[in-house]
Design a protein around this ligand. Structure first.
Ligand code: NDP
Ligand code: 8X3
Length: 249
């Protein structure tokens, strides 16, 4: 079995790589940071699994298509595509936000996910086999203060995931939206442009989820019997009620 995971150099993607390797999958792992990707690949290989690193930016449409079309034949029969690569940038009021940040989030979280889906899914449909797991977010359920554009991208992930599920309903493909809440990864360091103290404060007074918690959910969906389609899972930290309400000690 083969899983392709985008954004496997860190956080949830890296944890998914470990979990799927433990479950017997060989892995195609993508990201932009070559060094970190190689480190994850080495970890997977040390577990006795095969891993193929592909360094590219999911915002580049041609790169996404090339990454798939140039795969060696033995890697082309992908069983699970995990569209995980994504990010939040900033927490400013919408009328003060950075337009560059908006473009990066929209291009990565929406268009990157679509390019990968467009590249990989046609062969799944031909083979009448495959599972697409998109990493959405509680942020896609409702806007929270300063979340504006990031929340909109995750709302789009929900709609795009639902749309794909409709479009492949005549096949044996399955489509899942995993929507995490507060997960302690590199996410907040990226959101606050490297302000580590501010990033740390996001997880103060609450035990956040870990990447492993989300990887377990993704693996559960992939390991479910073929007639079971886990359509959507919202996974929150205990003491988190939604994207806005977090009870902190
Ligand atoms: P991390 O910052 O730890 O990981 C993000 C991953 O995405 C990295 O591997 C990064 O790789 C990759 N990535 C970012 N931009 C690109 C790009 N343009 N091309 C290719 N890869 C890219 O954060 P998380 O693990 O937390 O985030 C993973 C996903 O989970 C995201 O979609 C995020 O929105 C979602 N999520 C996170 C939550 C959280 O609280 N942490 C909650 C809900 C959802 P590289 O830099 O090497 O390219
Ligand atoms: C990441 C979780 O609540 O910071 O999508 O938006 S949140």
């Amino acid at each position: 079995m083969i899983a392709l995971i985008t954004g496997a150099t860190s956080g949830i993607g890296q944890a998914c790589a470990m979990r799927f390797a433990k479950g017997g999958y060989d892995l195609i792992l993508t990201g932009r940071d070559k060094q970190r990707l190689e480190m994850v690949v080495n970890q997977i290989q040390a577990m006795g699994c095969k891993a193929l690193p592909l360094v590219y930016d999911v915002r580049q449409r041609e790169a996404c298509h090339r990454a798939y079309s140039e795969l060696p034949e033995e890697w082309k029969t992908i069983d699970v595509l995990i569209n995980n690569a994504g990010l939040a940038l900033g927490l400013e009021h919408e009328y003060e936000g950075s337009e560059d940040d908006w473009e990066t989030m929209i291009d990565t979280n929406i268009k990157g996910l679509l390019f990968m889906t467009r590249a990989v899914v046609p062969d799944m449909v031909k083979r009448n086999h495959g599972h697409i797991i998109n990493i959405g977010s509680v942020a896609g359920d409702a806007a929270y203060a300063g979340g504006n554009v990031y929340c909109a991208t995750k709302s789009a992930v929900k709609t795009i995931t639902d749309g794909l599920r409709i479009d492949v309903a005549h096949t044996a493909l399955r489509v899942t939206n995993v929507k995490p809440g507060l997960v302690e990864t590199h996410f907040s360091n990226t959101r606050f442009h490297g302000d580590d103290a501010r990033a740390e404060s996001v997880y103060k007074g609450i035990t956040p989820l870990s990447g492993d918690d989300i990887a377990d959910v993704a693996f559960y969906a992939a390991a479910a019997p073929p007639h079971v389609q886990i359509a959507e899972v919202l996974v929150l930290a205990t003491h988190q009620a939604n994207g806005s309400v977090i009870w902190r000690e």
